[in-house]
Design a protein around this ligand. Structure first.
Ligand SMILES: C[S@@+](CC[C@H](N)C(=O)[O-])C[C@H]1O[C@@H](n2cnc3c(N)ncnc32)[C@H](O)[C@@H]1O
Length: 252
């Protein structure tokens, strides 16, 4: 068995994605999908394109930002370096430990879920790069309405009803929840075609890592099989247009 990996106890399946990326790529800055212009380009280049897109929708610095779901802290560190007054949260204390290890105390981070983040300060913008899918849409916009008038989201959604436990949030319900809390959608960009090769990236590679994932991350073979199966299902759902990937901007 390998020495214990610092991301071993990240929430499943983020620990699995981190494992595959760490073994396949020279560096792992992000846990989000890539936006591919060409399916043959590297996942690193495609992930960077997503970050650039996100940055292009933020108010210019200086501004106060809240990043919800900081992952490995790469975007937060970049924002701090650009002159933003940036705060980041994640409920995963293992991520907080890794971010502190990578950036010492340079970044303002809190180990807390967005639903429980009882900050009273106002932010010029609150953004979610693939973290909105973990939060009930009503709870998300209720909490956001106390904190900001500007929300940016990059994430995947169900575009049609899906009768499967754990299915993605409905986009229609997400936008309705925003409106119930006074937010108007001012931009919606369909990125589904660019994002979908990310699913293929993992489904192509996961089978070869099956045994090592079980021993190095202390997972069950069933968990790996479930993930491979879910990748195939996602692939079909993206292809049929039931699942899609969006940039969404809301303002009040
Ligand atoms: C797919 S990762 C994306 C990480 C990072 N934004 C990136 O783009 O690399 C999802 C992130 O959302 C965080 N998350 C999950 N549930 C959350 C919640 N209830 N509140 C805040 N963050 C949450 C995870 O811990 C993780 O940091």
């Amino acid at each position: 068995m390998s020495p214990q990996l610092p991301y071993r106890d990240f929430y499943y399946p983020l620990n699995v994605f981190m494992y595959v990326l760490s073994n396949e790529e020279r560096a792992v800055p992000y846990l989000h999908y890539g936006l591919f212009e060409d399916p043959a380009e590297s996942i690193a280049a495609a992930q960077e394109r997503s970050t650039e897109l996100l940055l292009s929708r933020l108010p210019p610095p200086p501004a106060t930002l809240l990043e919800v779901g900081i992952g490995l802290g790469t975007t937060l560190a970049r924002l701090a370096g650009m002159g933003y007054d940036a705060t980041g949260i994640t409920p995963d204390l293992k991520q907080i430990a890794m971010v502190r290890e990578r950036y010492s105390d340079q970044l303002r981070v809190h180990g807390i879920a967005f639903e429980n983040f009882d900050e009273t300060a106002q932010f010029d913008c609150v953004f979610f790069q693939e973290s909105s899918q973990y939060i009930d849409a009503g709870a998300l916009f209720q909490r956001a309405s106390d904190l900001t008038g500007h929300v940016v989201v990059i994430d995947e959604f169900a575009l049609a009803p899906v009768d499967t436990p754990g299915a993605l949030h409905s986009l229609e319900r997400f936008v309705a929840a925003a409106s119930e809390h006074g937010f108007q959608k001012i931009e919606e960009l369909d990125l589904s075609l660019q994002a979908a090769p990310t699913v293929q990236y993992f489904t192509d590679r996961l089978p070869a890592y099956r045994d090592r994932l079980v021993s190095d991350l202390a997972l069950t073979p069933q968990q790996i099989d479930d993930l491979i199966e879910s990748g195939t299902r996602y692939h079909d759902l993206y292809r049929s247009g039931v699942y899609g990937y969006r940039l969404l901007v809301f303002k009040r």
